[in-house]
Write a protein that binds this ligand. Structure first.
Ligand SMILES: [Zn+2]
Length: 146
């Protein structure tokens, strides 16, 4: 075991490219069906469109377009790990050139978000889990400062 390597795990299995260090190089992973071309988020075992199990695992684009979004102004119920006290945040669908829309938390000023704006992928440490590993999550932030 490499003791110099900080322990990091992705927030979802098969969701992010490896290694998780440096974070600037991390991208979302997708699966592209070799039979019909459908692209799915993360590594999946079969195509949701045609059922084929012949899929390529691909890193998804690091930039996309904000397709739609909503602002969450109340603390979500359950095991919420965001800011405490709660800070309103945005969540939206970002359309990637790979042919997929990804549901993602959005960074930046929630009052300056606009449908159609260019967004970029950003991986970051979210919290430390019970095994002492940093859980790596992601969001999309506006590519250009308003
Ligand atoms: Zn397919």
């Amino acid at each position: 075991m490499d003791v110099e390597e900080e322990k990091r795990v992705p927030i979802g299995e098969g969701l992010l490219t490896a290694p998780l260090n440096p974070l600037e190089n991390v991208r979302l992973l997708g699966s592209r069906c070799k039979s019909c071309g459908e692209v799915a988020l993360a590594t999946v075992s079969s195509c949701s469109n045609c059922g084929s199990e012949d899929l390529d695992v691909i890193p998804l684009s690091g930039t996309g377009t904000l397709w739609t979004y909503t602002v969450i102004r109340n603390r979500p119920p359950g095991d919420y790990r965001g800011a405490d006290p709660f800070v309103p945040f945005a969540e939206g669908l970002v359309e990637l050139p790979d042919g997929i829309r990804v549901l993602s938390p959005l960074g930046g000023d929630i009052d300056k978000l606009a449908i159609g704006m260019e967004m970029k992928f950003e991986a970051s440490k979210f919290y430390r889990n019970a095994d002492g590993a940093d859980v790596i999550a992601f969001k999309f932030v506006p590519s250009h400062k308003a």
